[in-house]
Design a protein around this ligand. Structure first.
Ligand code: IPM
Ligand code: MG
Length: 356
C-alpha cells in the first residue's frame, strides 16, 4: 500500500501529520512518501505541481492531501497559483468522481446554523463530477467580443460542456452509491436554461433505466440550494456537475456546523484516489496548533475503504473519532460549553489512544 503524502499549505501540514500518525498506529504496512504541493511547491520548485510530485502521485495507490492556497499567491498568474495543483492532479489522474459526505454528528447538532431538528441525523452524500464542465471546458480566455451589443469590447469567456460518457460514468457512481444507502438520487441541473444540463438530465435518465431499484428525482440547482437549507434531510445522494457541485457541497457541509469534520474522496476508473478534507488551507490559523485534524483523519479512513481495500481499518478510525467526540474533546471550531478544548496534536493523540 503505497501512499503519497501531499501536505500543502496553511494548516495542511499540521492536519496531515495527525492523519499520518493515526495511519501508523493501525499496525498495517504502508509505504509513505511526502512531496510539496501548492504554494509550498511553488516556493520550493517554482511550480504548484512539480513534475516530481506528479510522478509520486501517479505511482501511488492513494494520495493523502492536506490543502492548498494562501492569499499571498493571489497576484501570481493563474498557472502558478496553488489551486492549479489540485486541478492539475484531478485532470492528470482522471479523478472524475468526487464524494463529499455531509454528516451531522450527534454531538455537534447544535453547532449548525440551522435548527437542531432540521439537521439531527443528517447524512447526505454529494457526488460531484470533477474533471469536466466549465472548469476544464475549452475554449476559454480573453478576447475582443466578436458580436453582441458590446462587440469590440474586451471580454472573458469559459465553456460549459459535457460528453455523454462523462455523464454516464458519474451517474453510475451515484446510483451505485445510492444502492448502499437509501436508494434515492437527486440529479441537480439547470435544464430550464442550459443546453449542457438538459443533456445532463437526459443522460442521467437513460442510465437510470439500469437502476430500477433506485428512485431518481431531477431538481434545478437554484431549488436544490434552497431545499438544502429548508429541508436537508430529504436528500440521500445528490449527483451534479463540477460547478454546481462545488457550490452545493460547501453549502451542504456548513449545514452540519462542522466543516472541520468532513472528509472527501476523488476517485478515477482504477479506484486510485485523492483524499482530502472538505475544508481549505485556513492560512489565518496556520501554525497555531488549533486546526481540527478530524476531517483529514476521516479522509484517511475513506482512503482505506475505497483505494486500499482495508474496510475494517476504516471502521476502526471512524469508531475512534466517535469515541473522542463522546469523550467531549473539541478543537476550537467545534467547541461549545461543557466540552474540553484541545489543540490539533492533542486531538490526533486522542484518536490514536481511542484506536487502541
Ligand atoms: C474545492 C475547491 C476547488 C474547486 C478549488 C480550490 C480549485 O473549491 O475542492 O471545492 O473549486 O474545486
Ligand atoms: Mg469548493
Amino acid at each position: 500500500m503505497n501512499i503519497a503524502i501531499l501536505p500543502g499549505d496553511g494548516i495542511g501540514p499540521e492536519i496531515v501529520a495527525e492523519a499520518v500518525k493515526v495511519l501508523k498506529a493501525l499496525g498495517l504496512r504502508f509505504e509513505m512518501e511526502t512531496a510539496p504541493v501548492g504554494g509550498a511547491a511553488y516556493e520550493a520548485a517554482g511550480h504548484p505541481l512539480p513534475e516530481s510530485t506528479l510522478r509520486l502521485a501517479r505511482a501511488a495507490d492513494a494520495i493523502l492531501f492536506g490543502a492548498v492556497g494562501d492569499w499571498k499567491y493571489d497576484k501570481l498568474e493563474r498557472a502558478l497559483r496553488p489551486e492549479q495543483a489540485i486541478l492539475g492532479l484531478r485532470k492528470a489522474l482522471g479523478l472524475f468522481a468526487n464524494f463529499r459526505p455531509a454528516i451531522c454528528y450527534e454531538q455537534l447538532t447544535h453547532a449548525s446554523s440551522l435548527k437542531p431538528e432540521l439537521v439531527a441525523g443528517l447524512d447526505i452524500l454529494i457526488v460531484r463530477e470533477l474533471t469536466g464542465d466549465i472548469y476544464f471546458g475549452q475554449p476559454r480566455g480573453r478576447r475582443s467580443a466578436p458580436d453582441g451589443a458590446f462587440a469590440g469590447s474586451e471580454e472573458a469567456f469559459d465553456t460549459m460542456r459535457y460528453t455523454r460518457p462523462e455523464i454516464e460514468r458519474i451517474a453510475r457512481v451515484a446510483f451505485d452509491a445510492a444502492r448502499q444507502r437509501h436508494k434515492r438520487v437527486t440529479s441537480v441541473d439547470k435544464a430550464n436554461v442550459l443546453e449542457t444540463f438538459q443533456f445532463w438530465k437526459d443522460v442521467v435518465s437513460d442510465v437510470h433505466k439500469d437502476y430500477p431499484d433506485v428512485q431518481l428525482e431531477h431538481m434545478y440547482v437554484d431549488n436544490a440550494a434552497m431545499q438544502l437549507v429548508k429541508e436537508p434531510k430529504k436528500f440521500d445522494v445528490i449527483v451534479t456537475g463540477n460547478m454546481f457541485g462545488d457550490i452545493l457541497s460547501d453549502e451542504a457541509s456548513m449545514l452540519t456546523g462542522s466543516i472541520g469534520m468532513l472528509p472527501s474522496a476523488s476517485l478515477n476508473e482504477k479506484k486510485q484516489g485523492l483524499y482530502e478534507p472538505s475544508h481549505g488551507s485556513a492560512p489565518d490559523i496556520a501554525g497555531k496548533g488549533v486546526a481540527n485534524p478530524l476531517a483529514t483523519i476521516l479522509s484517511a479512513a475513506m482512503m482505506l475503504r475505497f483505494s486500499l481495500n482495508q474496510p475494517e481499518a476504516a471502521d476502526r478510525i471512524e469508531a475512534a473519532v466517535k469515541t473522542v467526540l463522546a469523550q467531549g474533546l473539541r478543537t476550537p471550531d467545534i467547541h461549545s460549553e461543557g466540552t474540553t478544548r484541545v489543540g490539533t496534536t492533542q486531538m490526533g493523540d486522542a484518536v490514536v489512544n481511542a484506536l487502541r
